[in-house]
Design a protein around this ligand. Structure first.
Ligand code: GLC
Length: 545
């Protein structure tokens, strides 16, 4: 049969190849718009945006009332962190029921209203989906732990003997369960057991979850720690180097790409959806492997986004490396719920530097993601006592430090190094009680600077960080060259970024001055969008020519 096929198929194969080539090249030259390349995304950290019922947590009704704000800011895409039923040990990344909205955030109808109104304003909504693990409160796990022959047993990973794999929050990744006298595997908290991606029944279950939300009209997913899926089971012990475990065998397992292909194929059953993968790595060569049309549309570029401190050279190198090695667009961001606020981490609390960094992520080639509050320069909060800490990762680190013999004050300092609460404080809307976020007691404390630093006051100040973000986003929304343009130039000279992007017969140049003041010669025929020829330190200039 095989021989026959190859003998007789050859001429057809050639014809097929020609047709395919023509189809692909015409599709490429047709310049079809791709909505996510045109979109500036805005990440809403679910508990912290806008409360409507006074329970101290944000909710869909509150968020719906703020869609006009997001619309006026110009964002065309929202990423919602998990809002599914959850005990919120990890603020929703521990899902108890994939088909329900957590009651603190409202109801499924409130979610539908939110998404419908967002759509009516031309704003797409992508939702976080956590398929690496669930909460121990998930019914699947409740069943799984009951007995070794329960139909749900193999939804999770159980062993009589644990290996040396460690949790990413600290400590062993195994927890003993006395009901069946076995250990279950958890890469994160012990209340977040890992799903078993070697089990076809589990995979089908997850496909149904995806379809449920796609049917409700979500425009795509942000897939949580998606390269951590345990597709190949528990294999070798991880090596320990300088006292620290290297996560070699527990992530990026060989079967992962097959799993991702299946996830993407399921999403592709629906038109025009978008997938951004959270690949837990800051190495471009790892990130690179996962970005392709059949795996992830884009991945979060932590090589760029999670740079620990400001370095113009480093930022430039990463941008250049992404240009050289990524097959599609990189993502451009400097903030998220897992890292300290941009303005503290990279800008030394200097608003002018934060604005310059905003200019970079909004004008460079890639998909920009803004973390809520970044547009008003929101700053880190700091826990003064252990009781103030909500973040499970910081709590775990505190306990580990105490066990190692640290004094409580030192354990707190250790925990604060890992404390993700820092960037999770409530959105600062105005100078009224609780910054207009809630009439009740906020789930986490506000930053004390909200009295001056809030949307209401910054929107009336010309040149404020808020108005700078707004103008930059408006420009990106208007200019196709900033959405689709390729680099004609990408250069760093004396701590100044020079980038030129071209699209069709248009050209836009951007100069960002991370150095001393300079005078720039702007071509006479240029149309200046922002800035002027005298660039003080941290100023930027954008013009079309
Ligand atoms: C991702 C989330 C993080 C969460 C972890 C476990 O990294 O961004 O907040 O704790 O996954 O789900």
């Amino acid at each position: 049969m095989l021989i026959l096929r190859s003998k007789f198929m050859k001429p057809y194969r050639l014809l097929y190849s020609i047709i395919l080539f023509v189809l692909v090249t015409t599709a490429c030259t047709k310049d079809e718009p791709i909505w996510w390349k045109e979109t500036v995304f805005y990440q809403i950290y679910m508990p912290s945006f806008q409360d409507s019922d006074g329970n101290g947590y944000s909710d869909f009704d509150g968020m719906t009332s703020r869609l006009d704000y997001l619309d006026s800011l110009g964002v065309k895409g929202i990423w919602l962190t998990p809002f599914y039923s959850s005990p919120k040990v990890d603020n929703g990344y521990d899902i108890a029921n994939f088909y329900q909205v957590d009651s603190t955030y409202g109801t499924l109808d409130d979610f539908k209203t939110f998404i419908n109104i967002a759509h009516s304003k031309g704003i797409k909504v992508i939702v976080d989906m956590v398929v690496n693990h669930t909460s121990t409160q998930c019914e699947w796990f409740q069943e799984s732990r009951k007995s070794v022959d329960n139909p749900y047993r193999n939804y999770y990973i159980w062993r009589s003997e644990p290996n040396n794999w460690e949790s990413f929050f600290g400590g062993s990744a195994w927890e003993f369960d006395s009901i069946t006298n076995q250990y279950y595997y958890h890469q994160f908290d012990k209340t977040m057991p890992d799903l078993n991606w070697a089990n076809p029944a589990l995979i089908e279950e997850i496909q149904n979850v995806l379809r449920f939300w796609l049917d409700l009209g979500v425009d795509g997913f942000r897939l949580d720690v998606i390269n951590f899926l345990t597709t190949d089971g528990v294999t070798l012990d991880n090596p320990t180097i300088n006292g620290e475990q290297k996560h070699i065998y527990d992530i990026n397992q060989p079967g992962i790409k097959d799993a991702l292909r299946l996830i993407k194929a399921t999403i592709n059953e629906y038109d025009n959806r978008f997938v951004v993968g959270e690949i837990g790595s800051d190495e471009l060569k790892v990130l690179h492997q996962y970005q392709s049309p059949e795996l992830m549309d884009v991945v979060f570029n932590f090589n760029f986004g999670s740079i620990p401190e400001f370095s113009v050279q480093r930022i430039f190198n990463e941008l250049l490396n992404m240009e050289d090695s990524l097959s599609n667009y990189p993502t451009l961001f400097f903030g998220s719920h897992d890292m300290p606020r941009l303005i503290n981490r990279l800008a030394n609390e200097d608003t002018s530097l934060a604005k310059a960094l905003a200019a970079l992520i909004i004008t460079a080639k890639g998909v920009p993601f803004i973390y809520y509050g970044e547009e008003i320069g929101m700053q880190n909060i700091e826990a003064k006592t252990f009781d103030e800490i909500v973040d499970i990762q910081a709590k775990t680190q505190y306990k580990i430090a105490l066990n190692k013999g640290f004094a409580p004050a030192d354990a707190l300092a250790e925990a604060n190094k890992h404390n993700r609460d820092r960037s999770r404080s409530p959105m600062q809307w105005n100078s009224k009680k609780n910054a207009g976020f809630t009439t009740g007691k906020p789930w986490i404390r506000l930053h004390y600077n909200y009295v001056e630093n809030n949307v209401e006051s910054l929107k009336n100040i010309e040149g404020s960080i808020f108005n700078t973000y707004k103008n930059l986003i408006a420009l990106r929304n208007k200019e196709k060259t900033l959405q689709y343009g390729q680099y004609e130039k990408l250069r760093l000279k004396e701590n100044r970024f020079y980038l030129t992007r071209t699209h069709k017969d248009e050209r836009i140049s951007v100069i960002i001055n991370f150095s001393d003041a300079i005078k720039v010669d702007i071509p006479k025929s240029a149309e200046i969008f922002m800035g002027d020829s005298i660039l003080l330190s941290n100023d930027f200039l954008i013009f079309k020519h």
